[in-house]
Ligand binder design. Structure first.
Ligand SMILES: [Fe+2]
Length: 370
């Protein structure tokens, strides 16, 4: 056994006892670099909704493990591409939209919708230059239900095999995925390690303490609120509180009546979360990306079922923002504790925080000894 394997085994055994990863895993830039190489470049990265990739020429752009990427709808289906020109490595596409061809804005090198290089100004007089030698680099792109993912690793298991069962769980909530309408997308940045933020997402032990509004809407008591790890994803669910349904909640709430009577919070390894709250059909999806060891940037996309009122949409978005602001205050504080490095490890409650332990084990297994 190598030294690396020994150290990983020690960390995994500590996690089984409820002892967390050492603080340095949250503050050391070399760990973040390893995570980008060994986690994000080997996993599925959410790029956008399938509803924005319907017509030939539709495209969305984003990042996978720090690499600019794009997904384009062409006559053969979805094409995943590294969104970087083979010439001087300028990004080819920006944002999202529809195009007949993919033209780089730097020197007008132009690719077809499958990434083949078709036109290069002045190339006719360039010796030994073949357009066919410089296509945009292909990557894998897969839709799981209405969500499109890309992966830089040709060996990774399919997205459907990792996340497919989440669709069945979502169906139980009353949300009908294929009817969801994209409402908006917002980008955000926060001052905590990406794992600090997701580990906060992965337990609801803090909900009664730190989320008064959320706690008034959703029953977070441990006998009814469930947390289950499923391998590449994990799921939490809690029922709407009867008092909230009857309009007798202790705090002013959005309208929780509607066909969705349970909340669902799914985590898709390594950095995607899907939220459904009680009320009229709703779903939001978040992506959490490391921005160095001590910050995270991401985006949040909100969807609603057809016919959901603008009033409900606005009030639910504001409910979600309130919960996110409360979580940001918690994780910013945790990050300050981690930066100090004392104490070096924390102690989980293994019955309430087992999803966090599962996540940290996956990190150790992917990243290895540090
Ligand atoms: Fe929280």
């Amino acid at each position: 056994m190598t030294l690396r394997a020994d150290v990983s085994a020690t960390l995994l055994a500590a996690l089984d006892r409820g002892e967390s990863l050492p603080a340095r895993w949250y503050t050391d830039p070399s760990i973040t670099e390893r995570e980008i190489a060994r986690v994000f470049r080997k996993s599925w990265n959410y790029i956008g909704p399938l509803s924005q990739l319907v017509d030939i020429g539709d495209y969305v752009t984003g990042y996978a493990g720090g690499v600019p990427v794009a997904v384009v709808r062409n006559e053969n289906g979805l094409a995943g591409l590294v969104n970087v020109c083979r010439h001087r490595r300028h990004e080819v596409l920006k944002g999202r939209g529809n195009a007949k061809s993919l033209q780089c804005g730097y020197h007008a090198w132009t690719y077809d919708l499958a990434g083949g290089l078709k036109r290069v100004p002045r190339s006719a007089s360039e010796p030994n230059f073949n357009l066919a030698d410089f296509p945009l680099l292909p990557i894998r792109a897969e839709a799981v239900g209405p969500f499109v993912f890309v992966n830089l690793d040709p060996e990774a298991p399919t997205a459907a095999s990792c996340y497919g069962p989440v669709l069945d769980l979502i169906a139980e909530s009353g949300v009908v995925l294929h009817t969801l309408v994209h409402y908006g997308r917002e980008e955000w940045r926060s001052n905590a390690n990406w794992k600090t933020m997701l580990e906060n997402y992965l337990e609801c032990y803090h909900c009664a303490v730190a989320h008064p509004g959320f706690n008034a809407a959703i029953d977070v008591r441990p006998d009814v609120y469930t947390l289950k790890a499923h391998g590449y994803f994990s799921s939490q669910s809690g029922p709407v509180r009867p008092a909230a349904l009857e309009g007798k909640a202790k705090r002013k709430l959005y309208d929780v009546s509607g066909v969705v009577r349970q909340s669902q919070y799914h985590f898709l390894w390594p950095n995607v979360t899907i939220n459904i709250n009680p009320g009229f059909p709703n779903l939001s999806i978040d992506v959490w990306t490391p921005d160095g060891p001590n910050a995270t940037r991401g985006f949040s996309e909100q969807f609603f079922g057809p016919g959901v009122s603008e009033d409900f949409a606005k009030s639910l978005v504001s409910f979600n923002k309130q919960v996110a602001a409360e979580d940001d205050a918690l994780t910013d504080s945790v990050q300050r504790g981690l930066i100090g490095g004392l104490p070096d490890t924390g102690r989980f409650l293994t019955n309430s925080e087992h999803l966090v332990i599962h996540f940290q084990k996956m990190i150790v297994e992917a990243v290895g000894e540090s």
